[in-house]
Design a protein around this ligand. Structure first.
Ligand SMILES: [Zn+2]
Length: 91
């Protein structure tokens, strides 16, 4: 996912670098929260726009996404129950 973010930024002319990806293969040993890789924007002046691009891409609903009627969280179409509150919602 971080790799695709880097690609997205590259399309906008923003150079970035993925760090900490050395931990990517060790998720069995490490809590998920610690396996997050970091995306570093090389040009400091581009950090703000890079952040906006990424936030916008995260908000973009994909086909089949659905929104939970109870907590309003967005869920991927592959989820049958809300990841946040656990109620069935898809279809
Ligand atoms: Zn929910």
């Amino acid at each position: 996912m971080v790799g695709s973010m880097a690609g997205l930024l590259a399309q906008s002319g923003i150079e970035s670098e993925v760090r900490n990806d050395i931990l990517g293969g060790a998720s069995g040993e490490i809590a998920p929260g610690e396996t997050w890789v970091e995306l570093w924007v090389l040009e400091t002046s581009q950090v703000a726009s890079a952040r906006e691009i990424i936030l916008a891409s995260l908000k973009q609903p994909e086909d089949g996404d659905w929104q939970c009627g109870r907590c309003d969280e967005a869920n991927p179409g592959s989820f049958e129950i809300c990841w946040n509150c656990g109620i069935p919602g898809n279809g």
